[in-house]
Structure formats: structure tokens, C-alpha cells
Design a protein around this ligand. Structure first.
Ligand code: C5P
Length: 217
């Protein structure tokens, strides 16, 4: 009741968590994303009055009350879930750590132990955010860039290549930033080349900050 409803009337789509790319019925390729950043954004957006669709890969988190949760596993499932809902959305925030590649072939049965070397061929997954950036009627787009080197240069290149309005860059090699922790150290980059660096803060605080900038845009 005490939160300003500055997202009333907006539909915000948020992706969160990792994706899983199956090798066979018992194994997959994934990453260390916990989903905490995306879930924090979803919680903040609901509290500020938005209708929130949270498209999430597998996480251990409780979805915030009031969000519409769509559970997915693979990047291709996430792609389909996002594209089906984007016409209803005014804002898309892509906090998910989508696998860039998937096994080219998913084996029908469990892959048996063989010689000392095993080669797995990978095929590129569709880039969901880049796809959104090319839409005729595109919503306001916010991406994330998790980097271990040349943070600002890489993030700026992604902002341009994916046609985004804003990108949240974090150096995941820094302590207290990135995967699987409740804090983050981020810098925000905008289309007009503005850069806003921030100190360490909780993911919930960062979520509020990001939504504040989205509101301004
Ligand atoms: O290129 P990179 O994966 O580092 O870009 C990160 C941003 O792009 C994140 O916002 C992520 O959710 C999004 N992304 C995507 N689809 C992919 C890969 C990344 O939407 N296949």
C-alpha cells in the first residue's frame, strides 16, 4: 500500500535463471545462475503496480506473489515463451543466463561411457534478446551482460548489437557480484552512451534502481 504505483498499467516481461540444454535423458549443460536478480526485479515490478510475466529457467526460488510464472527449461523453450507474450508487453528485462549453445543431438538413451575422449558437437541457440531488438513494434528492452573481462567495452557492444535501451553490466569475477549471491556490483549503460557505475548493493536494491531508470526512459 505504501509503494508508489509508478508501473500501474504496464505489463513487464522478465526472464530469469539459467537454461538447461539436454545431452540425453539424464544429463544437461547449464550454468551457475541462481535466478535471484530476475526474481528481485519481478518482486519490485509487482510491488510498483505492474502486471509481471516471469519466464524462468529452473531455480530453487519461490516466485514472488502476484507474478505470472512460466517455467521453462531450454533456451528454445524460453524463446517460444517470450515471443508468444511480447505483443502484450511494454517492457522486457532479460536477466536470464541463456545458454549460447545446445548439444546438436539429444541422445535417445543415456550416453554410455566410452574411450578417454568424448566429443560433443554444439549448435548455436537463438539469441532471444537480439530477436526482440529486431521486432517492428519493440518494447523497451533491458539486457544483462555478465563478463569476466573488458566489462564496459563488451557491454556497450551488446547494447548496440542487440538494439537495447539499457544494459546492466556486471563483472562476475568480482566478489559479491553476479551468479549465486544476493548482492551485485553493476554499471548501467544507456543508448546515449551514458554510463552509471554503482557500488556493491543487494539485488533487491539494484532491481529498484533498474526499474527507476526504466520508468525515466
Ligand atoms: O550475448 P550475451 O549472452 O552475453 O548477452 C546477454 C544478454 O542477452 C542477457 O540479457 C541474456 O538474457 C540475453 N540472451 C538472450 N538469448 C540468448 C543469449 C543471451 O536473450 N541466446
Amino acid at each position: 500500500l505504501l509503494t508508489q504505483q509508478d508501473f500501474a498499467g504496464e505489463t513487464v516481461l522478465i526472464t530469469a535463471g539459467p537454461t538447461r540444454e539436454e545431452l540425453d535423458p539424464v544429463r544437461y549443460i547449464s550454468n551457475h545462475s541462481s535466478g535471484k536478480m530476475g526474481y528481485a526485479l519481478a518482486r519490485a515490478a509487482v510491488q510498483r503496480g505492474a502486471r509481471v510475466m516471469l519466464i524462468s529457467g529452473p531455480t530453487c526460488l519461490e516466485p514472488p506473489s502476484g507474478v505470472e510464472l512460466v517455467a521453462v527449461e531450454s533456451a528454445r523453450q524460453m524463446y517460444a515463451a517470450v515471443m508468444a507474450r511480447v505483443p502484450e508487453c511494454s517492457v522486457v528485462i532479460k536477466a536470464a543466463a541463456v545458454a549460447d549453445y545446445r548439444p546438436l543431438v539429444r541422445a535417445e538413451g543415456k550416453i554410455k561411457k566410452q574411450g578417454d575422449l568424448l566429443t560433443i558437437e554444439l549448435a548455436k541457440n537463438p539469441d532471444i534478446l537480439a530477436g526482440l531488438g529486431q521486432l517492428q513494434q519493440r518494447p523497451l528492452l533491458v539486457g544483462f551482460a555478465a563478463e569476466t573481462a573488458d566489462l564496459q567495452v563488451n557491454a556497450a557492444a551488446k547494447l548496440a548489437a542487440k538494439n537495447l535501451d539499457m544494459i546492466v553490466a556486471n563483472d562476475v569475477s568480482q566478489e559479491g557480484a553476479g551468479f549465486n549471491v544476493s548482492t551485485n556490483i553493476a554499471r548501467l549503460l544507456f543508448r546515449d552512451c551514458r554510463v552509471e557505475p554503482f557500488e556493491l548493493m543487494s539485488k533487491q536494491e539494484l532491481a529498484e534502481l533498474i526499474l527507476g531508470r526504466v520508468r525515466e526512459l
